[in-house]
Design a protein around this ligand. Structure first.
Ligand SMILES: [Zn+2]
Length: 98
């Protein structure tokens, strides 16, 4: 498996998923260092259940009032893209299906 991504700055492997404009970024939850960035478009074809929030900052839990969208990723991408288009950072949080 290649999903154990450690932060190059502090070595922690706890990451957060962030959308910034058209990019999908894995960010260290401890120091905020961007670890991996890819196109958000690569994520679109997914039924993965997610919640999208306005990003409160590294290591912080977003309050419920900042929810942007919730549901299967392919159904909420347009809402996420709209919210991220002005440069707002959007935090994606995976939700268990059951
Ligand atoms: Zn770090």
């Amino acid at each position: 498996m290649t999903n154990m991504l450690a932060c190059p700055s502090c070595g922690l492997d706890k990451t957060e998923s962030i959308v910034h404009r058209g990019s999908y970024i894995l960010r260290c939850a401890a120091c905020g260092e961007a670890i991996v960035a890819t196109s958000f478009m690569a994520m679109l074809d997914s039924d993965h259940q997610c919640s999208a929030f306005i990003d409160p900052g590294p290591g912080k839990h977003p309050p419920p009032a900042t929810l942007v969208a919730r549901g299967p990723l392919r159904q909420i991408t347009s809402a996420i893209s709209a919210a991220a288009s002005d440069g707002t950072l959007i935090r994606l949080i995976s939700e268990a299906k059951d």
